[in-house]
Design a protein around this ligand. Structure first.
Ligand code: ATP
Ligand code: MG
Length: 659
């Protein structure tokens, strides 16, 4: 079977990419880090991380040991050190005379704005820290955060970190049930929420979900603090519910931060749930802050004095934790925070924001880029995007054509793109180009960061040679690594450390190209086996997106009696595409796209069926849910669709197929 034909590789190496973009000389010369950083990290990995920890953070007490791995896979980083996350993100900048620097340019969906300096933010966090303490929240207690993308979300997280309380942010789009299960799992004492937010110009409630979550007894919550954001009417439980404005007004603006142990828990965050039941990932303080701050500076080439940084991720995802709340503030950056959807009130809203604040570093997800591609290049073309100098991508593999569109249309053909691979579990970026060093390749995350030991291995855990595919693993502990799954150390060992001896494995397939650069190929659970050939969903999707008619594609393997599995593709067409018309247009599109895949990859990869659909099912973090498409492709009723961002999508697809 496949093992003989592909010599143990998890994937065949199919798609070729020849394009390469070296950084300009000027960019390279002015970059925060240079090529020698790899050699420095290689020569002494632990010394390298100790240096980053001391460079990017102010320690209340210096650490005595960089890594204690004696109880592997339970790591301790920067042992004996004490550090306060909020002090590092706030007070020290004010003490250094940067109190007037803008920390957050907040842009509400209805168009209201707020400019928050480091001095303002520090005061707000001090008040919130006092307020939470007054409500009985002590060091080590858990606080559930169920808020929209508003400054109070950052204030709440940092206030928790300041007093050593552990936040558990639950994405505001999740149901009452999901919220309750996370409150129970973490035994949260306090919930911070808002009356509601705005979605596509309309008020959208949040508080009712909290009320519903807490309706049944048996929970641990004593108080609910409610931010008045959209001013909609909400039910009130006297004694339990408190208004944010009143609580903060009553609290003192003075609060002294003390250092917490480097291994003190900072937060719990549940994974997206793309592949199964979400896991409560635990991150601690010192290592997490050191790696997020270092990567934010090195990967985005952040110049805190001049850059305006915007990460579009919601606070409910790990990207919103590491690269909205923590790293940018620890690094003293000025950032944009936007509450709403990209198409409200019009499809140019993001680009209007970039123009308005002169955003210079933009960090977003492939799903957003492909959506913008579908809407058409004429929309961003109406805005002045010349301030942009670095572009980032995270969350899924970015198809080479989406990468090229991002570079040309948003980055003016100039800005380097950093495709960053990482996970909730890794806490910080692990594989990414360095914008002033790496000649970037469309679609590839390319290189493990300095000090990070990522490899691609075969079934037996042997490193694969260049030009081959396999499983992405991490060979050495890293500072921002998860420490455990909350309350379930056995599941932590089973899930991540049992597949390959002594290595971390979290489910992604990858290949090394002929230059040794790393390409992410999708979840190993999604690998297709067609007549003994193991094909990657990502590569076939990228081949489809490389056709000018296609904006987005999702590929699944459907059971097939003769070939084992057959490739079935779902595609969304581009708004501006010059499509065939007339009676046979539909079959002409399908035939053209099938042949295109055959040409790009090879006949084996040609989809058996191609279905043109209006939307694809996605999780709330924007990842395609292939599991549901597989149900459709195999003629079953789609299974549990409750974690979809838009549950009606599956209905639309099913309707379309019946036509
Ligand atoms: P669950 O683990 O519950 O299934 P999830 O893996 O979707 O959820 P996250 O931690 O949010 O939850 O996502 C991490 C995953 O996202 C990675 O394992 C990888 O599959 C994908 N990913 C993230 N960034 C990239 C990238 N730059 N290129 C390719 N894939 C990426
Ligand atoms: Mg995962």
């Amino acid at each position: 079977m496949s093992n003989e034909t592909v010599s143990g590789d998890a994937f065949e190496n199919l798609l070729r990419e020849e394009r390469k973009f070296a950084p300009s000389e000027a960019f390279a010369a002015a970059a925060n880090v240079h090529a020698d950083i790899y050699a420095e990290a290689d020569s002494d990995r632990l010394a390298f991380w100790a240096k980053q920890a001391r460079t990017h953070l102010t320690w209340s007490k210096d650490f005595t040991e960089t890594l204690d791995w004696s109880d592997a896979p339970f790591a301790k980083w920067f042992v004996g050190g004490e550090v306060n996350a909020a002090y590092n993100a706030l007070d020290r900048h004010v003490e250094n005379g940067l109190g007037d620097r803008v920390a957050i340019h907040f842009e509400g969906e209805p168009g209201d704005t707020e400019t928050i300096t480091y001095a303002d933010l520090t005061e707000r966090v001090k008040r919130a820290a006092n307020a939470f303490e007054a409500l009985g929240v002590a060091k080590g207690d858990r606080v559930a955060v169920y808020l929209p993308m508003i400054p109070e979300a950052v204030v709440t997280m940092l206030a928790c970190a300041r007093i050593g309380a552990v936040h558990s942010v639950v994405f505001g789009g999740f149901s009452a049930e999901a919220l309750r299960s996370r409150i129970d799992d973490a035994e949260a004492k306090l919930v911070v929420t808002a009356d509601g937010t705005f979605r596509r110009g309309k008020p959208s409630a949040l508080k009712p979900a909290v009320d519903e979550a807490l309706a049944e007894d048996g929970h641990t919550v004593r108080h609910v603090v409610v931010v008045e954001r959209n001013k909609q009417e909400v039910a009130w439980t006297d004694g339990r519910d408190l208004r944010w404005s009143e609580v903060m007004e009553a609290a003192s603006p003075e609060h002294t931060a003390v250092g917490h142990d480097s291994e003190h828990p900072l937060f719990i965050l549940y994974t997206s749930g793309t592949t199964g039941k979400p896991k409560g990932i635990l991150h601690t303080t010192g290592g997490y802050l050191a790696q997020t701050a270092f990567t934010h500076s090195a990967v985005f080439d952040l110049k805190p004095e001049t850059d305006v940084y915007w990460c579009t991720a919601d606070i409910g995802w790990v990207t919103g934790h590491s690269y909205v709340t923590y790293a940018p503030l620890v690094n003293g950056a000025t950032q944009v925070m936007y509450e709403g959807t990209p198409d409200s009130p019009h499809q140019g809203r993001w680009w209007e924001i970039v123009e308005k604040y002169k955003v210079s570093i933009l960090y977003t997800a492939p799903t957003a880029i492909r959506t913008m591609m579908k809407w058409g290049s004429d929309i961003p073309a109406k805005y002045n995007l010349s301030s942009i100098r670095v572009l980032g991508s995270v969350g899924e593999p970015i198809n080479p054509e989406a990468w090229m569109w991002y570079r040309d249309v948003i980055g003016g053909g100039q800005a380097p793109i950093v495709d960053t691979w990482w996970q909730t579990e890794t806490g910080a970026i692990m594989v990414a180009p360095l914008p002033g060093v790496t000649a970037t390749k469309p679609g590839s995350a390319q290189v493990p960061l300095p000090g990070i030991a990522v490899d691609v291995v075969d079934e037996a855990g042997q490193s694969v040679p260049d030009g081959h595919g396999g499983f992405l693993v991490i060979r050495e502990p890293w500072p921002a690594m998860l420490r455990t799954i909350w309350g379930d150390p056995e599941r932590f060992k089973d899930t991540y450390w049992s597949r390959f001896d002594g290595m971390y494995f979290a489910g992604d397939g990858a290949k090394k190209d002929d230059d040794g650069d790393i390409w992410l190929l999708g979840r190993v659970d999604d690998v297709m086996n067609v007549s003994g050939h193991r094909l990657s969903t990502t590569e076939i999707e990228s081949a489809l997106v490389s056709h000018p008619w296609v904006a987005e594609a999702a590929v699944v393997g459907a059971a097939d009696e003769t070939t084992g599995q057959a490739v079935v593709a779902f595609v969304i067409l581009r708004g501006e595409a010059d499509l065939p018309t007339g009676e046979n247009a539909a079959s002409e599109i399908v035939l053209t796209l099938r042949n295109h895949v055959g040409h790009e990859i090879g006949p084996i990869a040609k989809p058996r069926h191609i279905l043109v659909v209006p939307e694809l099912p996605k999780t709330r973090s924007g990842k395609i849910m292939r599991r549901l498409l597989k149900d459709v492709a195999e003629g079953r009723d789609p299974g549990d669709a409750t974690t979809l961002a838009d549950p009606s999508v599956m209905h639309k697809i099913a309707q379309d197929l019946r036509k």
